[in-house]
Design a protein around this ligand. Structure first.
Ligand code: HEM
Length: 129
C-alpha cells in the first residue's frame, strides 16, 4: 500500500474544485487581476489551474497530458506580474484556502498549501512593483 497523497488527504477532486472555483470568483471581481486574463470566459483558466494543482499535489496527471510540461514562469511571461499583481493574486488565494473547512484541510495541510502558494507566487514575479 502506498502512502496517501496530499491530494487524497485533503479530499481530492472536490476540494481542488472548490478551491479553484472560489479563487476565480475573487479574480473575476479583482480590478488588478481581471484585466490580465485574456479570455472573457474565466472557465478555461480555472480548469487549467485546477488540473495543474491536482497534478502538483499527487492527483491525476491530466494537466501534463493536455498541456505538457508546466513551465509556469515561461507561461506567465506575457503578463506583467509585479508586487501589486502578486499581492492581488495571493489575496484571492488566501480567501480560497480559507473557504475550505478544517474537516478537509487541517492546520498542517493548510500551512503547507499556503506556504507553497506564497513561494510559487513570488517565483512568478517578472516586473518591478
Ligand atoms: C495562467 C496570472 C501566479 C498557475 C495564468 C494566466 C494569467 C495568470 C493571466 C492566463 C490565464 C489562462 O488563460 O490560463 C497570474 C498572476 C499571478 C499568477 C497575476 C501572480 C503571482 C500563479 C501561480 C500559479 C499559477 C503562483 C501556481 C501555483 C497558473 C496556471 C496557468 C496560469 C497553471 C495556466 C497555464 C497554462 O497551462 O497555460 N496566470 N498567475 N499562476 N497560472 Fe497564473
Amino acid at each position: 500500500t502506498s502512502p496517501q497523497t496530499f491530494y487524497e488527504a485533503v479530499g481530492g477532486e472536490q476540494t481542488f474544485h472548490d478551491l479553484t472555483a472560489r479563487f476565480y470568483e475573487e479574480v473575476a471581481r479583482d480590478e488588478i487581476l481581471r484585466p490580465l486574463y485574456p479570455e472573457e470566459d474565466l472557465g478555461p483558466a480555472e480548469r487549467r489551474m485546477r488540473m495543474f494543482l491536482e497534478q502538483y499535489w499527487g492527483g491525476p496527471r491530466t494537466y501534463s497530458d493536455e498541456r505538457g510540461h508546466p513551465r509556469l514562469r515561461m507561461r506567465h511571461n506575457p503578463f506583467r506580474i509585479g508586487q501589486l499583481e502578486k499581492a492581488a493574486w495571493l489575496r484571492c488565494m488566501h480567501i480560497a484556502i480559507a473557504s475550505i473547512d478544517s474537516e478537509r484541510l487541517d492546520d498542517e495541510h493548510r500551512q503547507a498549501l499556503t506556504e507553497y502558494m506564497e513561494m510559487a507566487a513570488e517565483s512568478m514575479v517578472n516586473a518591478p512593483m
